[in-house]
Write a protein that binds this ligand. Structure first.
Ligand code: FES
Length: 92
């Protein structure tokens, strides 16, 4: 996460009824939480006054975005590996 994005996520709400910042949700996802239940278990969201109605949509969007980012990084990594392999073969 970019430093500016991290600062903003520290200011934005993740759960307004319990005062949990967005950064806590993002950190939980970065640490491997891949479902609403897991994010809720790590952060405490979902059992506030909204009973998960507000925050479940937010977490679903964050998880979806995280999957897209992971897929992009995986593709870039594979492309870089392929390029390195090609360069190694040309040097021989
Ligand atoms: S926004 Fe607080 S529990 Fe859902």
């Amino acid at each position: 996460m970019q430093p500016d994005a991290k600062i903003m996520a520290g200011l934005k709400p993740g759960c307004i009824c319990k005062g949990i910042k967005l950064i806590r949700l993002l950190e939980a996802i970065e640490q491997g939480a891949d479902s609403f239940e897991k994010v809720a278990g790590k952060t405490g969201i979902g059992d506030g006054s909204c009973n998960g109605e507000r925050c479940s949509a937010k977490v679903a969007a964050l998880l979806k975005e995280n999957k897209k980012t992971a897929k992009k990084l995986s593709t870039k990594s594979k492309m870089a590996q392929h390029k390195n392999d090609n360069n190694s073969q040309q040097e021989k």
